[in-house]
Design a protein around this ligand. Structure first.
Ligand SMILES: [Zn+2]
Length: 307
């Protein structure tokens, strides 16, 4: 079985100021963990290629993409929202981030690899159709989903989001698209305070109070996600893999352990087998404790490798 690991050093050039938690050090922590373990030898390591800009228009529309392009500063920072800045390298990083997901979807749907993990930034799941927010410029996962549906031969897709923050952007984009199931587990009430109460047959919310630990997390995800996945029968599963529900994370108050990220990976792998043939494209979202992020990504990759 093969797991692709898709990344690019230029994703580390995007930088939002000293002390910003969504920092280049996050990707460096993941790279260090590949070396500290034997993962680098076991993964199919690939360099991300930039997205074709036309593919962004399928998700965000031309006007929005042009607004983001127009914000790009020639020096210093330009702010897209109070939490989200661009430096001169941010647009290049954002094109690589979305491009990695399209590349992963292509390879997985062509059967060249079994599954894939995209270690990219900026993250994407807060980016709505017409709004950059929450450290996100373009919704990387949504861009990959659109490619899979329009070009990749997929008819039904599931997006599973275990980031501690609700995937408001993904819900905004797919709320009226019954072919896309979106399941999101998240601390509630909590940022981003948008869409987390919306009711749609293809949107599954798993709100979790602050302090939630492994057992309650596992029970809630099994109860909410598994029946929805059995009904939906996706051809491929995309994962918004955020690791900020870890107990060591400084931005949130859930209490997951390293092993919970192996557990949820195994659950997703099992769920992908009946209809999706094991096809999984997983994409980095949050995770702000550098130590916990490295260890949790290792758990996630072990689960993907042993699919
Ligand atoms: Zn998050």
């Amino acid at each position: 079985m093969t797991t692709a690991f898709i990344s690019h050093p230029d994703c580390q050039l995007h930088e939002m100021g000293a002390g910003h938690p969504e920092s280049p050090q996050r990707l460096q922590a993941i790279e260090r963990q590949l070396d500290a373990s034997d993962l680098r030898q076991r993964l199919d390591i690939q360099l991300a290629t930039p997205v074709e800009v036309e593919l962004l228009y399928w998700t965000h529309g031309r006007e929005f993409v042009r607004e983001i392009e127009a914000l790009l500063p020639s020096h210093g920072l330009a702010w897209a929202d109070p939490d989200t800045a661009l430096n001169p390298h941010s647009l290049g990083a954002a094109h690589l981030a979305a491009g990695a997901v399209v590349q992963a979807a292509k390879r997985v749907l062509a059967g060249q690899v079994d599954n894939a993990f995209c270690a990219i930034r900026p993250p994407g799941h807060h980016a709505e159709q017409e709004r950059a927010m929450g450290f996100c410029l373009f919704n990387n996962v949504a861009v990959g989903v659109e490619w899979a549906l329009r070009e990749g031969g997929a008819e039904r897709v599931a997006v599973l989001d275990f980031d501690v923050h609700h995937g408001n952007g993904t819900v905004d984009i797919f709320q009226d698209r019954p072919e896309v199931l979106v399941c999101s587990s998240f601390q509630y009430p909590f940022y981003p305070f948008r869409y987390q109460d919306i009711r749609r047959p293809n949107i599954v919310h798993t709100p979790l109070p602050a302090g939630t630990a492994s057992d309650e997390f596992r029970l809630a995800v099994e109860a909410d996600w598994l029946p929805a996945l059995r009904r939906h029968r996706p051809d491929i599963i995309f994962v918004s893999a955020g690791f900020d529900a870890h107990r060591e994370d400084p931005l949130a108050q859930l209490r997951l352990e390293d092993a919970d990220f192996r557990w949820i990976t195994d659950l997703i792998v099992d769920a992908s087998k009946p209809s999706a043939g094991g096809r999984i494209v997983s994409v980095l979202e949050g995770g702000y404790s550098l130590q916990a992020l490295g260890r949790s990504v290792e758990q996630h990759l072990e689960g993907l490798l042993e699919a």
